[in-house]
Design a protein around this ligand. Structure first.
Ligand SMILES: NCc1[nH]cc(CCC(=O)O)c1CC(=O)O
Length: 315
């Protein structure tokens, strides 16, 4: 990361769009701080513009059931395309695989802890028999039921604090959250992180994506200063896998891409929604090679039973 020579702040200030949840606001502040540090600006150089997303308005149904597209990005996409904001910050995990024409990733911030955290028990094995586990993520539900078919999944929607509140109120015995979200909210002491060798995260988990209008060279140039190339290579590979599977952010797919001596190593697993079936495969490829993850998708689907392939459209 190199500081720009021109330290005069932009005038008028740049407008950064974000969802309103406490985690989204923390991510927006992190983005503003990194951008100001990279360019030598004071925080007034960037105005944070909060937007209520449809996904935050509808809280009584599982997301997979609402089914609508772009629940977290629709409003910010419109504001970006209309020029109401200059750039938008998202949890990459929540960004649809196919983006509107006219919107481009301008930066991926350094990836946070990628792991899921179990809150309410020391480990998956230590969950009491028949434990009720709160989650609305099909991936987490399938992973849990694969390891512990005796457990019951309780639908758990809402932001991190809401879910922890439901757990405290006894609506479930345990819940699963992303370490990245907890860390960014200053709640790193909550729960037990799950080892990635036995519990893979979601595609793009822990990464923050910053988008601008495609062709906006001024904003793209400013954002390039905070792009983290290794994180970008890993998460774009995970999105390429998801796209080739014909999956979306509600698909029971778990994946992690790790750097290994000039290469990336991707391990991915697909589940049937009830967790009964699971297939896994690993590939090693060069950063930037998006055909390799697509081939890994083919390999996974070729070895998967119909209980799994029924939930992926393939290529
Ligand atoms: N599905 C909601 C969501 N989107 C991003 C995060 C956490 C931050 C991240 O994974 O980058 C969370 C909460 C969670 O899964 O616990």
């Amino acid at each position: 990361m190199t500081a720009s020579l021109d330290r005069s702040p932009p005038s008028p200030p740049l407008r950064l769009g974000t969802r309103r949840s406490p985690l989204a606001m923390a991510q927006a502040e992190e983005t503003r701080d990194r951008l100001c540090a990279a360019h030598g600006w004071t925080p007034e150089a960037i105005t944070i513009v909060p937007v209520t997303a449809s996904g935050d308005r509808i809280l009584d149904r599982p997301l997979a059931e609402i089914g609508g597209k772009a629940l977290w990005t629709k409003e910010l996409d419109a504001w970006l395309l209309d020029g109401e904001i200059d750039f938008a910050v998202h949890s990459l995990k929540d960004v649809e695989t196919i983006r509107p024409a006219g919107i481009a990733f301008a930066a991926i911030l350094p990836r946070e802890d990628v792991r899921d955290v179990l809150v309410g028990a020391e480990s998956i094995a230590a969950l009491p028999p028949g434990a009720r586990v709160g989650t609305s993520a099909p991936r987490r539900a399938a992973q849990l039921l694969h390891a512990r078919p005796d457990c019951t999944v309780v639908p758990f929607r809402g932001n991190v604090a809401t879910r922890l509140g439901k757990l405290a109120a006894g609506e479930a015995d345990a819940t699963l959250l992303a370490a990245a979200g907890l860390n960014r909210l200053g709640e790193s002491a909550v729960g037990q992180p799950l080892d990635v060798d036995s519990w893979l995260p979601a595609p793009g988990q822990g990464a923050i994506a910053i988008e601008c209008r495609a062709g906006d060279a001024r904003i793209a140039g400013l954002l390039a200063a905070i792009d983290d190339a290794p994180s970008r290579a890993a998460v774009l590979a995970e999105r390429a896998l998801l796209a080739a599977l014909g999956g979306n952010c509600h698909s029971p797919v778990a994946v992690l891409t790790r750097p290994a001596e000039e290469a990336l190593v991707m391990t991915a697993a697909l589940f049937s929604p009830d967790g009964a079936d699971r297939v896994e495969a690993t590939a090693r490829f060069a950063p930037g090679d998006l055909d390799a993850p697509a081939r890994l998708a083919d390999t996974l689907l070729a070895q998967a039973p119909a209980t799994i392939t029924a939930h992926f459209a393939g290529r």
